[in-house]
Design a protein around this ligand. Structure first.
Ligand code: F6P
Length: 746
C-alpha cells in the first residue's frame, strides 16, 4: 500500500494543481465575460436614455427626470438608475437605491473633474450586494457635461454562476482523482502485485519440489521478463540439484560396466559446467488431452531416439530441444517454452519448439518422412522430393537453429543432434558458433552413393551435415557409405586413416557407435512385474500357449506384413502348432497423415483378419493385434512373458526392440528372431537370423525358435544379454561424449 501511495501521490498532486490552475483561469475568463456583458447592457440602456436625460437636464425638467428614473422601479435584479446634475448631485434615483446616495462614490467626482468625459463601469459594494455601476456622462451640443446617468445592476447572479463553475470543477477534480487512484490500483495489481504474488507462489512450490505446470509464469513486460529469467534459473537449479545429489553415490560405485553413474561422472569430468544440448524432432515426453476424460496426460512416444537418449539425459542432465507436437504441450511449459522432465522427477530440461501445421507438413511429413526416410531405407518405397517441402524443411531447421542458439552458454557448448530431420542444422549453428562442438547421430541407415544421388538436394544436405565435428552411424557400413557419398558429390578430401572428411578447411570425423538400451531399466523383476505378466496372460488367454511377440511403430520398413505372412505359412506348414501358438503384435500408429502409412494400416488389418479367419476356432486366434500406443511400463510384461520375439525389419538402422527384448528376458527363456537387415543383427549373432522377404525361411525360423531345446535357448540368451550389458546405452553415450570432447575447440 505504501508503494502504491508513493506511486500515486505525485500524480494526484500534479493533477490537482493543474485542475486548480485551470479552474482559476476558467473562472476569471467567465467573470470577465459576464461583466463585459453587463457593461454592454448598461451602455445600451444608458444610450437609449441619453437624449431624454439631456433634454430634461438642459431644461431642468425635474418631473421628466423623476419619470425616467421611475421606469426602473419594476426591473428585475435590483436594477436601478440615478441621474446626476453637472456638480454630481443626485437629482433622481430608483427607490430601492435611495441609500446609494449616502455611499461614498469618488468616481463621480473624478469623472466630472477629469479631462475626458468617458463612461466607466465598476463593481461596487452596496449593503450585502455587489452592484455593477455604469456611469455615463450626458453632454450638450458643445460637448460639455450637463449631468450623469448611472445604471446599476445586481451582480449576484454573476457570482452564483462563478460559484457554480467552481462546484463543477471540484466534482470533476474529485472524480478524476478517484479514477486515477482506481486505475493506478488496477494497473499496479496487474503489472506488479499479481506477477510478484504468482512468482512467490511458484517459488513456494519450487521449494517443496512441486513445480506447477498448470500455472506456468507467463507474464509479459519487464517484470514478466524478470520472472521468466528467475524461472529459467530455478528450473536449471532443480535439474542440477538432482545431478549433484547423486554425484556422491557415483563416486561410491566402481563398476566395470558402464552405468548411469559412470556416464554422469564422465560428463561432469569432460564437459564440466558445459551442459549437453540435445536436439531431436521427437520429444521425449508428450502432453496429450485424453479425449474421453478431457484430462491431459504425459506420454512417452514410441521412438528409438527417445528410448536411447532419455536415460542419458536423465543421468547427466542438460537440455533437450524438440518439436512440441502434442495437443496439450503448450499448457505445460514455462514462459521460455521449457519444463523439467521426467514430470514426476525432473532430471533435465525439455524445451519445446512450436511448428505451424504447414511447417509440420512440409518438414516432418513431407521432406523428412516422404523424402529422406524412404531414400535411406531400401524397402522399395519411392522417395518423394517436393521443392515446397524442401523450402519448409530449411525453414524449420532455421527455426530450431535459432532456438538452440538462444540457449547456448557463452563458451564451447556441446550440441548433440539426432537424425535426418536436421541435416542443415549443424552448419547453421556452426556459422554462428564456431566454438561449439557439434555431433550428429544418424539413427537410420545411410544408403550407397547411387541411391543417395536420387536426392535433388544432395550437396546442400551433405554440406549442412559437414557443419558437424562428428557424425555417428550405427554400423561401419553406413559410415563407409557416407564417406563415399561425400567423396562423390562434394569437393572435399577424405582422410581414410583418420576416417574424416575435410571440406573448406573444416574436418568432420565419421564413426560407428552402435546404439543400445539400459539393461537395468528393462530387466528389473519385482513382484509387481510378475503380477503384471500374470494379468496379461489371463486377459489374453495365454495360459499354456507358446507366445510370440512383435512390438513396432506401424511402418513399412518393419516388415509387418512379411511377419504375418510367415506366421500364416508356419501354421500352414506345421499344423501341430495351431491352438498352441499365439502371436501378439503391438503396433503403435505412426505418421498416419502419410498415405503410405495410412494404407499400410489397412493392409495389416486385412491381413491379420484374413489369417485369423483362416485358423481361428471358438477358443483360439493366432494373431492378437493390439493397435495403440503402449507406455514402456505397459510393454515390459509383454516382453517378459514372450517365448519368442520377432524383429523382421526390411531395413533398420539398429532396432532397439530387439535389444529391449533381450534386456527384459532375465529368466533367459526366450528366443529372438532377427532380420539380417537390421544394425542389431551385427551384434546379436545368437539370434535366429532371417531374411524377412523369404517366407519359407521365416516360417522355418519360427519353428526353430519354438522347438529350440531350453539349454540352447538359454545359452544364446545369456550371450546376447552379456553383449548388451557390456555395450549398453551409457557406453554408447560415453563413447560419443569422449569423442566429442577430444574434438573440442580450444
Ligand atoms: O529411429 C528412427 C526414428 O525416425 C527416430 O528419429 C524417431 O524418433 C523414430 O524413428 C520414430 O519416428 P517418429 O518420430 O517419426 O514417430
Amino acid at each position: 500500500m505504501r508503494r502504491l501511495l508513493l506511486f500515486m501521490l505525485p500524480i494526484l498532486i500534479i493533477v490537482t494543481i493543474v485542475l486548480v490552475l485551470f479552474g482559476i483561469l476558467q473562472v476569471r475568463s467567465e467573470e470577465t465575460k459576464l461583466l463585459d456583458e453587463l457593461k454592454r447592457k448598461a451602455r445600451a440602456v444608458a444610450e437609449s436614455m441619453e437624449l431624454s436625460v439631456r433634454h430634461a437636464l438642459i431644461n431642468n425638467d425635474q418631473r421628466s427626470i423623476a419619470r425616467l428614473v421611475e421606469r426602473f422601479q419594476k426591473r428585475e435584479r435590483v436594477q436601478g438608475c440615478a441621474i446626476y446634475d453637472k456638480d454630481g448631485n443626485v437629482l433622481a434615483i430608483t427607490d430601492r437605491f435611495l441609500e446609494w446616495k449616502k455611499q461614498d462614490r469618488p468616481y463621480i467626482k473624478d469623472l466630472l473633474a477629469g479631462p475626458k468625459a468617458v463612461p466607466r463601469g465598476s463593481v461596487e459594494k452596496f449593503k450585502q450586494y455587489a452592484v455593477y455601476s455604469y456611469v455615463f456622462p450626458v453632454l450638450d451640443d458643445e460637448g460639455k457635461i450637463v449631468g450623469l446617468e448611472e445604471i446599476l445592476y445586481d451582480t449576484s447572479y454573476v457570482f452564483t454562476q462563478l460559484e457554480e463553475i467552481w462546484k463543477r470543477l471540484t466534482i470533476a477534480l474529485l472524480t478524476l482523482l478517484m479514477l486515477i487512484a482506481g486505475i493506478s490500483l488496477i494497473v499496479q495489481r496487474r503489472i506488479f502485485t499479481d506477477p510478484v504474488e504468482r512468482l512467490t507462489e511458484w517459488f513456494k512450490k519450487f521449494q517443496k519440489g512441486d513445480i506447477d505446470h498448470e500455472h506456468p509464469i507467463k507474464d509479459k513486460g519487464e517484470l514478466g521478463k524478470l520472472a521468466s529469467e528467475v524461472e529459467q534459473v530455478a528450473l536449471g537449479l532443480r535439474v542440477a540439484r538432482k545431478v549433484v545429489t547423486e554425484e556422491a553415490q557415483v563416486r561410491m560405485q566402481k563398476a566395470e560396466l558402464w552405468t548411469e553413474a559412470k556416464l554422469r561422472d564422465l560428463v561432469r569430468a569432460k564437459l564440466g559446467e558445459n551442459a549437453l544440448f540435445v536436439v531431436s524432432n521427437r520429444e521425449p515426453y508428450l502432453h496429450m488431452i485424453n479425449e474421453a476424460t478431457g484430462q491431459a496426460r504425459c506420454v512417452r512416444p514410441a521412438s528409438g531416439v527417445v528410448t536411447a537418449i532419455d536415460p542419458i539425459l536423465r543421468a547427466c542432465g542438460g537440455t533437450w530441444i524438440a518439436h512440441g507436437s502434442a495437443n496439450a504441450d503448450k499448457k505445460f511449459v514455462n514462459s521460455r517454452n521449457k519444463l523439467g522432465v521426467p514430470p514426476e522427477d525432473n532430471r533435465y530440461i525439455l524445451k519445446r519448439v512450436w511448428l505451424t501445421k504447414e511447417e509440420e507438413d512440409g518438414y516432418y511429413y513431407g521432406f523428412s518422412n516422404e523424402g529422406l526416410w524412404p531414400l535411406c531405407h531400401i524397402t522399395h518405397t519411392r522417395p518423394l522430393f517436393r521443392e515446397s517441402d524442401w523450402h519448409i524443411y530449411r525453414k524449420a531447421n532455421k527455426k530450431f537453429a535459432d532456438s538452440v542458439l538462444e540457449e547456448l552458454p557463452s563458451k564451447n557448448p556441446f550440441i548433440f543432434i539426432q537424425d535426418y530431420h536436421f541435416t542443415l542444422l549443424p552448419q547453421m549453428i556452426k556459422e554462428k558458433r564456431p566454438d561449439a562442438t557439434i555431433a550428429l547421430f544418424w539413427h537410420i541407415p545411410w544408403p550407397n552413393p547411387e541411391v543417395f544421388s536420387i536426392c535433388p538436394y544432395q550437396a546442400e544436405i551433405l554440406d549442412g551435415m559437414l557443419g558437424c565435428d562428428l557424425i555417428g552411424f550405427h554400423v561401419q557400413y553406413h559410415c563407409n557409405n557416407f564417406i563415399d557419398t561425400a567423396n562423390r558429390f562434394l569437393e572435399c578430401r577424405v582422410d581414410t586413416e583418420k576416417f574424416s572428411i575435410v571440406r573448406g578447411g573444416k574436418e568432420t570425423f565419421v564413426r560407428a557407435f552402435p546404439i543400445s538400451v539400459d539393461m537395468n531399466i528393462n530387466s528389473s523383476a519385482g513382484r509387481e512385474d510378475s503380477n503384471n505378466v500374470e494379468k496379461i496372460r489371463k486377459e489374453y488367454e495365454l495360459e499354456g500357449k507358446i507366445v510370440g511377440l512383435g512390438i513396432d511403430r506401424i511402418d513399412y520398413t518393419k516388415g509387418l506384413a512379411e511377419r504375418m505372412m510367415a506366421i500364416d505359412r508356419f501354421l500352414e506348414k506345421y499344423p501341430e502348432y495351431r491352438k498352441k501358438f499365439v502371436f501378439i503384435q503391438i503396433g503403435a500408429p505412426s505418421r498416419t497423415h502419410i498415405k503410405r502409412y495410412h494404407d499400410l494400416m489397412g493392409e495389416l488389418d486385412e491381413l491379420a483378419e484374413r489369417i485369423n479367419w483362416k485358423y481361428k476356432d471358438d477358443e483360439w486366434i493366432p494373431i492378437i493385434y493390439l493397435k495403440r500406443h503402449f507406455s514402456p511400463e505397459e510393454l515390459k510384461p509383454f516382453y517378459r512373458l514372450a517365448d519368442l520375439c520377432i524383429v523382421s525389419s526390411l531395413h533398420d538402422g539398429m532396432n532397439l526392440v530387439a535389444k529391449e527384448y533381450i534386456a527384459a528376458k532375465n529368466d533367459l527363456n526366450g528366443s529372438l528372431i532377427l532380420s539380417r537387415f537390421t544394425g542389431a543383427a551385427r551384434e546379436l549373432t545368437d539370434a535366429i537370423e532371417i531374411n524377412p522377404y523369404s517366407v519359407e525361411e521365416f516360417a522355418a525360423s519360427i519353428k526353430l525358435a519354438v522347438d529350440m531345446p531350453p539349454p540352447e535357448r538359454k545359452r544364446r540368451m545369456e550371450n546376447m544379454r552379456k553383449i548388451i550389458a557390456e555395450n549398453n546405452i551409457y557406453k554408447w553415450a560415453g563413447n560419443i561424449i569422449t569423442e566429442m570432447t577430444s574434438l573440442r575447440k580450444a
